[in-house]
Design a binder for this molecule. Structure first.
Ligand code: BTN
Length: 259
């Protein structure tokens, strides 16, 4: 672990001054396997709620469903927040917070895509990964990882077709420190709202920013074969509703293919 580089230190100091009650505590690493691994270790060590593990480079960044998360040095924001109280809407709240931070820092109004992708023109700009197990039998803790593609770096062709970056979308350089401060501010606020029971606000904000959650054709695999349907919004617990020939299905996790 090293001191926070100036790029981040100054915008975060300004944020702390403006919002003294935010529990800003950051741990910076030049290189890690994954900030999820480091945060999980911090969780087991007893580190406090709200700790943010931030890295410049991940050698084994991971995404949902066992996928890899490409994390070249200096090209994105890669961090994980440690949360000692986890609630069902945490990833929905995190999506709203990350989108709001990106909007505030850059003016780019991205879409949310269930369960918690941040997309622009159908390409993924940022992703959120929540892991909640393995911290002890009575634990209600979670670690929430956020990856935002900032720089327009060369990517493998299959990733390039599905992913984008802030600099690619905006055509200008983005200050990672300003972006991090804006995202953390909204993220802490949205997560705090879930804790005090303001879920309606979060759900409303998520729904307003997620056009594909209604009226999109999706399919998914089951043991009985491929199922298809049309998205019909999210329930108040964050489950995606899908209208199928057999009625409405509630999808709570797993892989969906979007047509
Ligand atoms: C996804 O959309 O599949 C989730 C991607 C989450 C990526 C972030 S980057 C910081 C943290 N560390 C990881 O290894 N993954 C998350």
């Amino acid at each position: 672990m090293r001191n926070l580089p100036d790029e981040f230190a100054s915008p975060l100091a300004q944020l702390q001054k403006r919002r003294p009650n935010l529990p800003l505590r950051l741990e910076w690493h030049d290189e890690v396997t994954s900030t999820m691994d480091v945060a999980a270790e911090a969780m087991r060590r007893g580190d406090p709620h709200g700790l943010v593990v931030l890295a410049d480079h991940q050698t084994a960044g991971r995404g949902r469903l066992g996928r890899q998360w490409s994390s070249p040095a200096g090209a994105g924001l890669y961090f994980t927040i440690l949360m000692r109280r986890s609630l069902p809407l945490v990833t929905i709240a995190a999506g709203v917070g990350v989108r709001g931070g990106i909007l505030a820092a850059t003016g780019l109004a991205a879409d949310l895509k269930w369960p918690n992708d941040v997309v622009v023109g159908g390409r993924k700009l940022a992703g959120i990964l929540a892991e909640a197990d393995d911290y002890g039998p009575l634990s209600t803790a979670a670690i929430v990882g956020v990856g935002i593609n900032v720089k327009a770096v060369p990517m493998p062709p299959d990733v390039d077709a599905r992913a984008t970056s802030l600099e690619r979308e905006l055509g200008l350089a983005v200050d990672r420190g300003v972006l991090l401060a804006a995202v953390l501010e909204r993220l802490y606020d949205r997560l705090a709202s879930v804790y005090v029971g303001l879920s309606d606000d979060i759900l409303q904000a998520w729904r307003a920013a997620a056009p594909s959650a209604t009226g999109s054709r999706v399919e998914w695999d089951t043991l009985a074969g491929v199922r298809t349907g049309i998205t019909d919004g999210i329930d108040d617990d964050g489950a995606l509703r899908v209208k199928t020939a057999a009625g409405v299905e509630r999808i709570v996790s797993g892989e969906l293919r979007w047509a």
